[in-house]
Design a protein around this ligand. Structure first.
Ligand SMILES: Nc1ncnc2c1ncn2[C@@H]1O[C@H](COP(=O)(O)OP(=O)(O)OP(=O)(O)O)[C@@H](O)[C@H]1O
Length: 774
């Protein structure tokens, strides 16, 4: 006699019910309903998985546009100060238009011939700016290959540093919870079978026991396990992000890497985007993948062994074989999602950068009336991003069609066939065919069951079909997680790029002289002068004076800005530096402070802690008014040195800013100081900062250009009273009288270093033509 449980066609049902009694028919209907529900449940499960996956990716897209604007503004401001001081555009324009240009030089006292040479090759650690790299072009390959796994392993070791770390225990905890959850799932399948059996057998007592009592008891641990799993996954995500972000902060913010990464290296454009967004996405995808892969893996093992017990080992083997075939097909058809994801993140970064530039330069743009022009730029980058996203959606749509057919629907058909065929086809050829698949066992069980109890068949079928559907779901999820893996490859490539650039820069700091040699080795034979100029210099930073001895200043674009620079600034002797725009005045300070590599001879200077730099647009940090004056010292440090707010008030009074603390609600008031202070006020605040720190040497780069002449005079006199030796860059004739020496660049690589005699001091004339210099 044949069974037709689970068959959906009316013919199958008719055949099955012909010889059956009313009682048995009802029992079969119940069994079929349960099996149908299980099938629908399985299909719904697949559908939910797919939808969740899509919903998650769209949420990720949205959240990536959600910027930490404040942090960005601060970073952009900092960058803007550096770039304004450096005015790199001019150099880059020159450099690119000429390729290899030679600017004619002049002699210094007839001794040193100087030529400013620009070249356009030779990558080096010290001068990476002109390297066209894969990273810079954003076209490096992103695949699930050995490189990906080795990068991934490196980051996993950062996230989970040892088996004693908290992260390790959370990972382990998730594993244990997953095992418990799978055991509970199996219990649910068994229990469902028992309930069906009780219904079919009209056994009210068994039904009450299995359905009401057991589920009432088990719902507590089941609910606990589900939610603790979610909690553990969220915790692991946060922990991973914390570890990785702090690791990058350590690389990026130590020494001068943050300067070099944004000013001397063009391999990555949006470091802020990488550190804030991409790291977060990498961690989220990695943790999700861990739970999305380990659970189905466990499911496959446990469900297969459970199914093998009732269906024979070959039953689950057919299912697994089907999915291996499916995943091979999907792998062939899969678009390059890793590359697409990495590109998407890069375009997000460009879009974000346009907006942050608008915020940073809002006032200038408003004065120029450049709103429309900016809209054009911003819309352009946004349009590019949208087009790329649409490409991704279309690719997902196409592969989704194949996914659904292979992983959902065909898999369901195969699953039903595996469970049902021994029931429908119990003789002849099919029996022979199915025997090795474990079907014989089921056939025998069915026959026995038919003779004895239909309830047993219903129970067995319900349990097995649920288990098989769960097994299919698990393998299906494994197949689909291939897509997630390629997305992870995209994020890994982005984060890996950040890691390698920051690592390079850090190593280059540790071995600048090495990199200089490296750079020289790669210069062409015709670059004779540059070869000679780029010999690594020597730094002596424990003396009481500043002395340049045969130092060459070479820009990151390999332009020789000043050759054989030799002069001394003894304590108490102020030096004024002048020369045309772009001749290398600020670059001299960059070399002095160690931002640019030292070439040529020897540089003697006091330690960095005894030197102070004030740029034209002083940097104002996030924080209170007190923190502006004492920057980069902290309030805690200030208190520990017994410095009081009254002392700071005196400093503000000295720079004619005494009203500020009262006008701005005291010393603890936090606001965006860059916005609320005028240009002159900012410069005076920076002078108060200088007086607070009282360094031995101060480098002033056009830092009083916005203050009135009388205040400027007072500031310089007061600095001298405090014993601060000044090295000043300025075009203002009014400042000559506060300096003893003059370093003059001629704009062609030449320079002179002379005394400033009283007769050299330019006479200033007031509005009515009277002299105001003295
Ligand atoms: N980060 C950089 N990368 C490449 N070139 C740079 C960089 N910073 C500065 N330069 C180039 O080095 C040259 C000297 O710049 P520097 O800022 O020293 O000029 P400056 O004499 O201070 O000019 P100004 O009087 O206009 O402030 C310029 O041609 C500039 O374009």
């Amino acid at each position: 006699m044949e069974f037709a449980i689970g068959g959906r066609g009316p013919g199958g049902w008719a055949g099955a019910f012909q010889a059956a009694s009313r009682k048995r028919r009802a029992a079969r209907v119940a069994a079929a309903v349960v099996a149908g529900v299980a099938a629908v449940g399985g299909a719904t499960y697949y559908w939910t998985q797919q939808t969740e996956c899509d919903a998650e990716s769209s949420t990720q897209l949205e959240s990536s546009v959600n910027n930490d604007v404040q942090a960005l503004i601060e970073r952009q401001r900092e960058r803007s100060v550096a770039l304004t001081a450096a005015s790199p555009e001019r150099s880059l324009r020159e450099h690119r238009s000429t390729g290899a240009s030679v600017r004619s030089g002049t002699s210094r006292s007839g001794t040193s011939q100087s030529a400013a040479i620009a070249i356009s090759r030779a990558p080096s650690m010290a001068a990476l700016k002109s390297i066209p790299s894969d990273a810079a072009s954003g076209r490096s390959s992103v695949r699930v290959d050995r490189k990906f796994f080795s990068q991934l392993w490196r980051f996993i070791r950062i996230i989970v540093p040892s088996i004693r770390s908290r992260e390790f225990w959370v990972v382990l905890g998730i594993g244990v919870t997953l095992v418990i959850r799978t055991r509970l799932d199996i219990w649910v399948s068994d229990n469902a079978g028992d309930i069906v059996k009780a219904i079919v057998a009209r056994d009210r007592e068994a039904f009450m026991r299995k359905c009401v009592r057991d589920i009432s008891i088990m719902m507590f641990p089941m609910s606990f396990v589900n939610n603790i799993l979610k909690l553990q996954i969220s915790l692991l995500r946060v922990m991973a992000r914390k570890r990785l972000t702090l690791y990058f902060h350590e690389l990026y913010l130590s020494q001068l890497t943050f300067y070099k990464a944004t000013n001397l290296d063009n391999r990555i454009q949006n470091i802020d985007q990488l550190v804030t967004q991409d790291v977060e996405k990498f961690c989220t995808t990695l943790v999700n993948l861990y739970s999305n892969v380990s659970k189905p893996l466990l499911d496959v093992v446990l469900f297969s062994s459970r199914l093998a017990r009732s269906l024979g080992a070959k039953g689950p083997a057919v299912m697994i074989g089907y999915f291996i075939l499916t995943s091979a097909i999907l792998r062939k058809l899969q678009p390059p999602f890793g590359r697409l994801t990495a590109d998407e993140q890069r375009l997000e970064g460009d879009f974000r950068l346009c907006h942050s530039r608008l915020i940073m330069h809002a006032e200038e743009i408003a004065f120029y009336g450049g709103g429309q022009r900016e809209k054009f730029f911003i819309n352009g980058t946004f349009e590019k991003l949208l087009q790329h996203m649409q490409r991704i959606f279309m690719a997902r749509f196409r592969i989704g069609l194949v996914d659904s057919i292979l992983v959902k629907y065909l898999a369901t058909i195969v699953g039903y066939c595996v469970v049902s065929m021994p029931i429908f086809f119990t003789s002849g050829f099919v029996r022979t065919l199915l025997a090795p698949l474990g079907g014989q066992k089921l056939i025998d069980q069915n026959k026995q069951a038919d003779a004895e109890d239909a309830a047993l068949v219903a129970e067995m079928y319900t349990r097995n079909s649920r288990l098989l559907i769960s097994l299919s779901a698990a393998i299906g999820r494994l197949v689909l997680s291939g897509k997630e893996l390629t997305r992870l490859a995209g994020y890994t490539a982005r984060v890996g790029e950040l890691d390698s650039v920051l690592g390079d820069l850090r190593r280059s700091q540790a071995a600048d002289s090495h990199s200089s040699l490296d750079a020289i080795a790669k210069l062409g034979l015709e670059d004779v002068e540059l070869r000679a100029a780029m010999v690594p210099g020597r730094l002596v930073d424990n003396v009481d004076f500043v002395r340049f001895e045969h130092v060459n200043i070479v820009s990151p674009d390999r332009i020789l800005l000043a050759k054989d620079l030799t002069f001394e600034v003894p304590p108490g002797t102020n030096v004024l530096i002048t020369g045309p725009n772009g001749c290398g005045k600020s670059s001299l300070f960059r070399v002095l402070c160690g931002l640019w590599p030292l070439y040529g001879g020897t540089l003697y200077r006091p330690p960095r802690s005894r030197m102070f730099y004030i740029p034209q647009r002083p940097y104002l940090a996030i924080g209170s008014l007190r923190e502006q004056v004492i920057y980069p010292m902290t309030t805690l440090e200030m208190r520990s040195r017994n410095i009081r707010d009254e002392d700071l008030q005196k400093l503000l009074d000295e720079v004619h800013l005494g009203e500020l603390s009262r006008r701005r609600n005291g010393w603890d008031n936090v606001c965006d100081w860059s916005d609320v202070l005028s240009g002159g006020e900012k410069q005076r605040l920076a002078m108060a900062r200088l007086f607070f720190h009282r360094p031995q040497y101060a480098v002033l780069d056009e830092c009083t250009s916005a203050v009135s002449l009388d205040v400027e005079g007072y500031l310089y006199t007061h600095a001298r009273e405090l014993g601060i030796t000044l090295i000043t860059v300025s075009h203002r004739p009014s400042l000559w009288r506060f300096h003893e020496k003059l370093l003059r660049f001629d704009g062609h690589g030449g320079w002179t270093f002379t005394d400033i005699k009283p007769e050299d001091i330019p006479q200033l004339t007031g509005i009515n033509g009277e002299s105001v210099a003295a």
